[in-house]
Design a protein around this ligand. Structure first.
Ligand code: UDP
Ligand code: MN
Length: 364
C-alpha cells in the first residue's frame, strides 16, 4: 500500500523515479537527490563565481578609476576642474591689468624700452608721503627702474625700508649737497637749484651700468610733483628728447611747447626768460637712454645761471629740431609742478621739548 502510494507519488513525479520499486532503484533515487544537490551546488558556485567576477571587475574600476581621479565624475573631470581654475585665474589677472590701465601687450613684450626715473630726495617730514605718492604711480608702469638719490651722506633707514617694500626695480644712491649750494630756510626756493648733484649721481650710475645700445629713456622726476600714468606711456619711445606741457610752472597755469602746422616745436609759451634756448622745466622732458649714456659731458651744473639749469643741460644733448612733442601734440597736461607745503607741526615742537613726540618709535 505504502509502496503503491510511493509508486503513485513517484509516477506523479517523473519517469526516472516511477520505475524504482526495488532497493536498487531506491539507491538510484538517493543518487538522484545527491545529483540534484550537486546541481544546486554547481549552480550556487556559478552564482558565486559570477558575483566574484563582478566584485573584481568593479573593484578594478574603483581602484584604477580612483587613481585616475575620474571615478564618479566621468573621465577627465579632474583636468577640466584644473582648467576652469586656471581660466578663473587668468580672468582675475586680466581684470587687474584692465583696472589699473596696464597694457597686457606691454607686460608681455620683453623688448619694451626701459624707463629709468631719477629722483633726488631729501629728509623732511613729508618725505615718505611724497615717495609713496610716486610709488603708487610707478607701480602701474611696466619696465620702469627707479633710481632714488638721497641728498645725504649715506642711505637713510627710512628710504631703505621704503624701497625694500616698494616692489619696484630700483637703485638706491646718495650724494650730499655741500652747504654752500644748499638754500637757507628763509631763502626763496628759486634762489639756488636743488637736486643737482643727485641727478648727476643718477646719470653717472647709468653711464657706468648701462650699455649705450640698450633701449630706453631717462626721466628726472622730483619727489614733490604729481605724475599721471599716461605720462610714462608718452615718453617710452623717445628717440632723442621728448617734450610736453607741465602744469603750475613759471608762474602760469601751464608751460608748454608751441608747434607749427607740421607738428614741430617752433617755440614755447614760457613767460620768464623766453629767450632761453630750451625754456623748459625739469618735469617737461625725457632723454633717450643711449643718447644720455653716450653724451659724457652732459651733466647738470650748480654754475648754471639762475633758471638756466635745464636749458644748459639740454643744449649739450640736442637742438630744437630734435624735440619730439608728445601728449597729443602738447595739448594735454600729464604732469604738475605741485610743491608740497610744509605741514603745520607747531604742537609737535612742544611735545618734542617735553620728550613726548607723537611719532616715537614710528615711521611717518
Ligand atoms: N632736493 C634735494 N636736496 C635739497 C632740496 C631738494 O635733493 O636740499 C630734491 C627734492 O627732494 C626734489 C628736487 O630736489 O626732488 C627738487 O627740489 P624742489 O622740489 O625743492 O625744487 P623746486 O621744485 O622748487 O624746483
Ligand atoms: Mn619741486
Amino acid at each position: 500500500m505504502n509502496s503503491n502510494i510511493t509508486h503513485k507519488k513517484r509516477s506523479n513525479d517523473n519517469a526516472e523515479i516511477s520505475c524504482s520499486e526495488d532497493p536498487e532503484n531506491m539507491s538510484f533515487f538517493s543518487q538522484g537527490l545527491r545529483r540534484r544537490k550537486l546541481n544546486l551546488c554547481s549552480c550556487s558556485s556559478l552564482i558565486l563565481i559570477i558575483i566574484l567576477i563582478t566584485i573584481i571587475y568593479f573593484s578594478e574600476i574603483l581602484l584604477f578609476g580612483w587613481r585616475r581621479g575620474d571615478v564618479f565624475c566621468g573621465p577627465n573631470l579632474a583636468s577640466e576642474t584644473k582648467l576652469t581654475e586656471l581660466k578663473n585665474k587668468v580672468n582675475f589677472l586680466t581684470s587687474i591689468l584692465k583696472r589699473f590701465g596696464i597694457s597686457e601687450k606691454e607686460y608681455i613684450d620683453e623688448h619694451l624700452p626701459k624707463i629709468f626715473v631719477v629722483t633726488p630726495t631729501h629728509a623732511r617730514p613729508v618725505q615718505k608721503a611724497e615717495l609713496t605718492r610716486l610709488k603708487n604711480v610707478f607701480l602701474h608702469i611696466p619696465a620702469l627702474h627707479w633710481i632714488i638719490v638721497e641728498d645725504a651722506n649715506g642711505k637713510s633707514e627710512l628710504v631703505t625700508n621704503f624701497l625694500k617694500t616698494s616692489s619696484i626695480p630700483h637703485t638706491h644712491l646718495f650724494k650730499q649737497t655741500p652747504v654752500q649750494w644748499k638754500i637757507n630756510q628763509k631763502d626763496p626756493r628759486w634762489i639756488k637749484p636743488r637736486g643737482v648733484l643727485q641727478r648727476n649721481e643718477g646719470i653717472s650710475w647709468l653711464r657706468e651700468n648701462i650699455s649705450p645700445t640698450e633701449k630706453g629713456v631717462v626721466y628726472f622726476a622730483d619727489d614733490d610733483n604729481t605724475y599721471s600714468i599716461e605720462l610714462f606711456k608718452e615718453m617710452r619711445y623717445t628717440q632723442k628728447i621728448s617734450v610736453w606741457p607741465v602744469g603750475f610752472v613759471g608762474g602760469i597755469m601751464v608751460e608748454k611747447p608751441l608747434l607749427d602746422e607740421k607738428g614741430r616745436v617752433r617755440g614755447f609759451n614760457a613767460n620768464w626768460r623766453p629767450d632761453r634756448k630750451f625754456p623748459l622745466d625739469m618735469a617737461s622732458f625725457a632723454v633717450n637712454l643711449g643718447l644720455l649714456v653716450r653724451s659724457t659731458d652732459a651733466f647738470f651744473s650748480h654754475r648754471s645761471q639762475r633758471g638756466f639749469l635745464e636749458t644748459d643741460f639740454l643744449e649739450k644733448l640736442a637742438t630744437r629740431d630734435d624735440l619730439e612733442p608728445k601728449a597729443d601734440s602738447c595739448t594735454k597736461v600729464f604732469v604738475w609742478h605741485t610743491q608740497t607745503s610744509d605741514p603745520d607741526l607747531n604742537r609737535e615742537q612742544k611735545l618734542k621739548v617735553q620728550g613726548k613726540r607723537s611719532n616715537l618709535g614710528m615711521e611717518v
